[in-house]
Design a protein around this ligand. Structure first.
Ligand code: FES
Length: 138
């Protein structure tokens, strides 16, 4: 099986995944560099996600795992975007993903998606969406 054929499990089944309603960060924290990485730990298990601000000023969240080889996308903290902040980029082999839906538009995993995490914003903070809001970003 090649890396691009690996099955990515539903994010909620991943080790140390946060519960619905978990506060993630402020919108200011995302806007500072256009993206914000957050890690959750449970014992020796770790779950990593990142939030990005889209052009519609609504944040999106994805599991920090490239569909090509399953590695985290960034090398430096919060560096998930291209220099022009117009796409998500994987630092390992340069795959680029649309901010709005996580579709890989170029690179070794073209046509695949990042795993989207439903979130909601309440006031100036982003949270893991609760069940009634779990279809996408609000
Ligand atoms: S791990 Fe190869 S492009 Fe992301």
């Amino acid at each position: 099986m090649t890396p691009s054929q690996m099955h990515l499990p539903d994010w909620q089944e991943m080790d140390a995944a946060p519960e619905q309603g978990t506060r993630l960060c402020s919108l200011d924290a995302i806007n500072a560099s256009g993206a914000k990485g957050i890690d959750f730990e449970n014992g020796d298990k770790r779950f990593s996600l990142f939030l990005v601000m889209a052009k519609d000023s609504k944040p999106r969240a994805y599991v920090n795992r490239c569909p090509h080889a399953g590695t985290p996308l960034e090398i430096f903290p919060d560096r998930f975007l291209t220099r022009g902040r117009d796409a998500i980029v994987c630092a390992s082999h340069g795959a680029r993903f649309r901010i709005e839906d996580g579709l890989c538009t170029s690179g070794p995993c073209a046509g695949k998606h990042l795993t989207k995490i439903p979130i909601e914003t309440i006031g100036s903070n982003a949270y893991i969406a609760r069940a009634q809001n779990s279809r996408g970003s609000k």
